[in-house]
Design a protein around this ligand. Structure first.
Ligand SMILES: Nc1ncnc2c1ncn2[C@@H]1O[C@H](COP(=O)(O)OP(=O)(O)OP(=O)(O)O)[C@@H](O)[C@H]1O
Ligand SMILES: [Mg+2]
Length: 273
């Protein structure tokens, strides 16, 4: 494993009954890069996130993160060594405040012991103060300054997406997995999110693995792109290289089927958008 590789998967498979959701996936994520995972619906992108974060145990293969083999370990152990993720459908604690959501994400890094929290020792109070200050700093970083006391579900959609990222960042990850962070956003929110993703990489120094459907965003943000189709890697390279790849265009059209010219043009337009 080269010194600048943060995550490596080696022939990772994930079967659901007879369905091969991932077949022999080899991925190499370079530290401090923005690496995009793309492909049509059902290609296996979210499954790749699930096996990398150990939310699902891979059927076979190896996964290495920061020099340690992690396939088969518990998701919280993966989090402890520096991996955080967000979900395709927002998973916030909807009925608690924005700041409490961030504090939950931070709990891994609080030093306090359980008896400290029971007896409310000075050390615990100091930790709580530090955590609260850090949560406020994160809120400001994700442009939610002053909105910490709002119940999560009452925040606008774009704010909820950024809050979820703030919660993921609260665990101080080295690698952040973002599953369609711009889904359902308007063009203005999308452009803000793109700037924000760059800021997370450039200012916090977090490596980013991104699932994204809109090619415009993939082209603008990615250092490298991996394309999945039916659980298999069908292309990989610089954004420009994969965009023009005939196999990628075929995948977006639905492989093996006779496709009307109109649909073919629509798929090309998606890739060129
Ligand atoms: N927990 C599961 N149990 C059974 N089948 C699953 C499970 N998770 C995913 N699948 C199936 O695995 C395949 C890949 O799904 P996955 O969610 O990884 O696709 P995706 O690339 O993220 O698609 P989308 O772009 O629609 O989010 C699909 O056929 C899906 O139905
Ligand atoms: Mg998905």
């Amino acid at each position: 494993m080269a010194h600048d590789t943060i995550l490596l998967t080696n022939k990772v498979c994930c079967n659901f009954g007879g369905l091969k959701a991932l077949s022999d996936l080899d991925l190499e994520i370079i530290e401090n890069s923005i690496h995009s995972l793309i492909g049509p619906n059902g290609a296996g992108k979210t499954t790749a996130f699930n096996v990398i974060s150990q939310n699902i145990k891979p059927t076979s293969g190896e996964i290495w993160f920061r020099g340690a083999r992690i396939d088969g370990v518990k998701p919280h152990q993966v989090a402890e060594i520096g991996m955080s993720r967000t979900y395709q459908n927002i998973r916030l604690f909807a009925n608690v405040t924005a700041i409490e959501n961030i504090l939950v994400g931070m709990h891994l890094h609080l030093r306090s012991t359980w008896w400290g929290s029971i007896f409310n020792t000075p050390a615990t109070r100091a930790d709580e103060k530090r955590a609260h200050d850090e949560a406020l700093r994160l809120l400001e970083f994700v442009d939610l300054k002053g909105r910490g006391d709002i119940i999560a579900r009452n925040l606008p959609y774009g704010d909820q997406r950024r809050l979820e990222i703030a919660r993921a960042l609260a665990a101080q990850p080295k690698l952040l997995l973002l599953d369609e962070p711009t889904a359902g956003m308007n063009p203005h929110e999308i452009s803000d999110m793109m700037d924000f993703i760059r800021k997370v990489r450039d200012e916090v120094g977090v490596t980013i693995l991104l699932i994204e459907h809109q090619m415009r965003i993939v082209m603008a943000l990615s250092d490298k792109v991996t394309v999945l189709d039916h659980g298999q890697k069908i292309a990989e390279g610089l954004p420009k290289e994969v965009q023009g790849n005939p196999a990628v265009i075929e995948a977006y059209l639905g492989s093996g089927k006779l496709v009307p010219k109109k649909a073919r043009d629509a798929a090309r337009a998606t890739l060129n958008a």
